[in-house]
Design a binder for this molecule. Sequence first.
Ligand SMILES: [Fe+2]
Ligand SMILES: [Fe+2]
Length: 269
Amino acid sequence: MEIDRNAFLASQGGASSVDQMSPEAKADAMEDFMMQQLNTRQANQGRLPVASEIEAQIETRSYRRGAGNLFVAAEGNVRRLPPMPGKPTLVDFFRLRFSVTSNHVLQSAHLAVKNNVPEEIVLACLLHDVAQELIKVDHGWWSAQLFEPYVPEQTTFAIRYHQALRFYADEAHGYEYPVLYRYLFGEDYQPESYIEATYKMVRNHKWYLGPRMVTVNDLYAFDPDVNPSLDEFAGIIGRHFKQPKEGLGYDNSPVAHMWRSIARPDMPL
Ligand SMILES: [Fe+2]
Ligand SMILES: [Fe+2]
């Protein structure tokens, strides 16, 4: 049976989650995935799932699909997290908390640099999905809010709206509807009206190309030989990210609690 690599990665929460698995866990996950595909294809007679079938899976899980990566274990129990420094920086969060999303966003930013995207948008690519560590639902909006006090407005605009633009092809700029979404949402999925309204607003906005470039460089097909390091982006972070001297989470900004929630997800209240 042929394996759809992108669909497999998506089923496991992305390439970086798969990278973190032991070889045994990877083999098990692959086997589960093939079984599931086989069952789905048999049940569907060779077609992709439809939205109602995706919805029917809700009560087959012990967690909700929108829960952030830090709050759900990829396998077994969650692990104890390494302590954060007293005045954590963006780099500390990448190193110690963005473990599931960092490889993906680094690859996106690396590709954006290759494609000569402006620095503010490379920064958007570097940050666009990291709020998924906290929550996946509406992750574009959450990610943009998390960074709003610290980065240029064009950067947050690109982060916030990449989420809506991902559902709409733009062939002129080299963006196709992702095959992955047919698996994640179902073949007949129609974006909700707020997503469509957002898309229409952004499509006519003077900053449209920012979020569009995030989607163009937002790839799920990873090159396993490219492992960009955060050091590659030290200059861009230095020029465009206003690191608070008290540390992220302790600067009394309107989003400080969001950083603390990422730093300390084991707090019961
Ligand atoms: Fe995203
Ligand atoms: Fe992404």
